[in-house]
Design a protein around this ligand. Structure first.
Ligand code: UD1
Length: 378
């Protein structure tokens, strides 16, 4: 090929930003005279932000915290129903592709922007690489499960974070040459970011210690899954368990906009839980790192707590990240009040599991991805 190989990275929603950041960093920092560096110099890239998340503290803060360059394109699609959001991304992204003509589109995770952009690219005969492929909750009521299955089906390169992902893809009949077990880019970001706390002067440290004060033990809570927060009965049950944890230790609760609306509608009492606006990546990392336990329905936090060795109660009936339970510090506690409470007690009484680090969660996943991209001919 005469011209440079052109990569197009896509990010749309909060959990995407930590996944593209390390790949872009490797591409921009590689320099040298070895053959990999030479091949990287034969590549160029652009970044598209779909605008699925748009609030300052759901998007801009992450770009700043993670040193991600300004996007070349912002599609500004905003919120809407699944069909509206997916369709708006597709229409806007098609225009970008027709103007930019990239050779490979790189999508991450499982949000609506992930399927919208991979489908648009594929229909234009552009190759697609999916980072975080193969994860399966086997729960089709989850929009993310549909997004990731469809994205995997049409992706040319499948970058996998854990062995279960490889097993799932093989079971679905995907050929081995498309599957690459590279490790976890989220953990690259985490490993790198932890170094920034080493001198103890990071502003995140100050902000979070201001909140924790003299408390040695505290919990972190996040909730945003529609199946949890949109249903009054489920949310009330979860809240009763959270309140019993808050009776023992303070609970820090950065609240997703969707959840705030629902909490107000259901008039749930705060009971000692400190609600705050969503916080940035570095603040959250600092808070989780020092916490006694995390309660969450997020996908990413299940992985981050495993990497940090912090016990995690996953408030869901299933997980697409089984390695965090088999190897890490994660517990799948479901949504019933009694089960959340019992596991929290176990941990608060010092009887939680210790956990280890899953294979290839070593901070070098992005380098493996870049190596494979340079060897791929579209
Ligand atoms: C999305 C992802 C989910 C991911 C989550 C992380 C899908 C299907 N879901 O869910 O997988 O775990 O992001 O946060 O892609 N809103 C704001 N400001 C924003 C963004 C959203 O106020 O910047 C509010 C709007 O009322 C919006 C609602 O949050 O309708 C939901 O946003 P949306 O992007 O549709 O889904 P999330 O629940 O954030």
């Amino acid at each position: 090929m005469d011209r440079k190989l052109k990569l197009c990275f896509v990010a749309g929603a909060r959990p995407n930003f930590m996944k593209i950041a390390p790949i872009i960093r490797v591409l921009s920092e590689i320099s040298g005279k070895d053959s990999l560096s030479m091949r990287v110099r034969d590549m160029e890239y652009l970044l598209v932000h779909t605008g699925q998340h748009y609030d300052r503290n759901m998007s801009d803060v992450f770009f700043r915290d993670l040193g991600i360059p300004e996007p070349d394109w912002n599609l500004d699609v905003g919120s809407g129903s699944h069909a509206q959001q997916t369709a708006r991304v597709m229409i806007a992204f098609e225009k970008v592709l027709l103007q930019e003509h990239p050779d490979i589109v790189i999508v991450v995770g499982d949000v609506n922007s992930t399927i919208a952009c991979s489908l648009t690219a594929k229909k234009l005969n552009i190759k697609v690489a999916h980072v975080e492929a193969g994860l399966r909750s086997f729960d089709e009521a989850m929009p993310e499960e549909i997004n990731r299955r469809l994205t995997d089906t049409i992706s040319d390169l499948l970058f996998v974070t854990e062995q279960s992902g490889v097993d799932n893809l093989l079971r679905e009949g995907v050929s081995t040459d498309r599957i690459h077990f590279v490790g976890n880019v989220m953990i690259d970001t985490l490993t790198d970011s932890l170094k920034r706390f080493e001198d103890g002067k990071h502003t995140a440290a100050k902000r979070i210690t201001q909140w924790t004060g003299s408390h040695e033990r505290y919990a972190v809570l996040t909730l945003h899954r529609p199946s949890n927060v949109d249903d009054r009965e489920t949310m009330s049950g979860i809240w009763s368990a959270v309140s019993s944890v808050a009776d023992r230790i303070p609970v820090l609760f950065p609240v997703h906009p969707r959840t705030r609306k629902q909490m107000e509608a259901f008039r749930l009492p705060l009971n000692g839980v400190s609600m705050m606006e969503p916080i940035g990546y570095m603040d959250m990392l600092y808070a989780v790192k020092g916490s006694t336990l995390v309660m969450t329905d997020s996908g990413g936090l299940q992985e981050e707590t495993t990497a940090l060795g912090v016990p995690c109660l996953t408030i869901r009936e299933n997980t697409e990240r089984p390695v965090t339970i088999d190897v890490g510090t994660n517990y799948l506690v479901g949504t019933s009040s009694s089960s959340i409470r019992q596991t929290a007690e176990l941990i608060l009484n010092g009887n939680g599991k210790k956990g280890g680090l899953p294979a290839l969660w070593d901070g070098h996943a992005a380098e493996r991805i870049v190596q494979i991209l340079t060897e791929f001919s579209p």
